[in-house]
Design a protein around this ligand. Structure first.
Ligand code: GEK
Length: 244
């Protein structure tokens, strides 16, 4: 795994982009930056075993290098499933294709994966038994989030499962400060310097727009999901499951 040193060198203030430099270090970046990331990937495998249904589609929206896609594929134990993995960053999908091809060569899995270069807002969801938005919605314009959630809901089969993981903000300013500080310390423990942490934070300003847990659950309910629950919270990162 190549170590993320992007904000060691980069002193210029530029917004964060999912480019080739990021794709190269991405697994290390996620592992060191997102508390609970490994747990979400593990749960996606378990949930795929329960929720992916025969002859249906599963979606990984904002797939990056395909970690959630691979977890879903390993979890699925039904026949006739197809995974559509979508990302708008060509540097991500190019590397994702190599990773999935290597998995195909090694394991010849029954579930096929279709990697699509597209904006997730333009993808038609249909006959879906499982949809994953693992830390992706936070990068969408706020005004586009409800419509996306509605189109995901409408393209899912009854009883289908959506997994939504996000960075969040707390309603209470004091608690938000504490959670913010705990995340900062977590990154410092994972060998990011204070300068790297603050540069990355500046680069993500207005690129990653977090909301409260309540805002996410209200949106899911408004989109038509019958149930939702937070199954993981680690500082200011949560993962929610919702059922149609
Ligand atoms: C994982 N899910 O490893 N359309 C398509 N892709 C998008 C869009 C969009 N509108 N906006 C952002 N992306 C992955 C991790 S990373 C999370 C997801 C992070 C893509 C973007 O190109 C990037 O690859 C991904 O969403 C977000 O489980 O970097 O914090």
């Amino acid at each position: 795994m190549t170590t993320d040193q992007i904000y060691q060198q980069d002193s210029e203030e530029k917004p964060f982009r999912f480019n080739g430099d990021v794709a190269k270090v991405f697994p290390d970046m996620l592992k060191r930056s997102i508390p609970g990331y490994a747990a979400t990937i593990e749960a996606i495998g378990s949930l795929a075993a329960r929720y992916a249904q025969p002859d249906t589609n599963c979606y990984d929206l904002g797939c990056s290098l395909g970690a959630a896609t691979l977890a879903m594929r390993q979890g699925i134990d039904k026949t006739g499933c197809q995974i559509t993995a979508v990302d708008a960053a060509p540097a991500m999908t190019a590397r994702c294709r190599e990773i999935i091809a290597e998995d195909d060569r090694q394991f010849s899995p029954a579930t096929t994966v279709n990697i699509v270069d597209a904006d997730i807002r333009d993808v038609e969801i249909k006959n879906a038994s499982m949809v994953v938005l693992n830390y992706t919605l936070q990068f969408l314009l706020m005004e586009d989030r409800q419509a996306l959630m509605r189109s995901i809901h409408d393209g899912m089969n009854e009883g289908g499962l959506l997994l939504l993981s996000e960075k969040v903000v707390d309603e209470n300013a004091e608690m938000e400060q504490l959670l913010f500080d705990l995340h900062h310390e977590h990154k410092r423990r994972n060998d990011y310097s204070a300068l790297e942490v603050s540069r990355k934070r500046a680069a993500l300003e207005n690129v990653l727009i977090p909301e409260t847990v309540k805002a996410h659950r209200d949106r899911l309910a408004k989109a038509g999901f019958r149930l939702s629950a937070v199954w993981l919270r680690y500082f200011n990162f949560v993962s929610i499951i919702a059922i149609k």
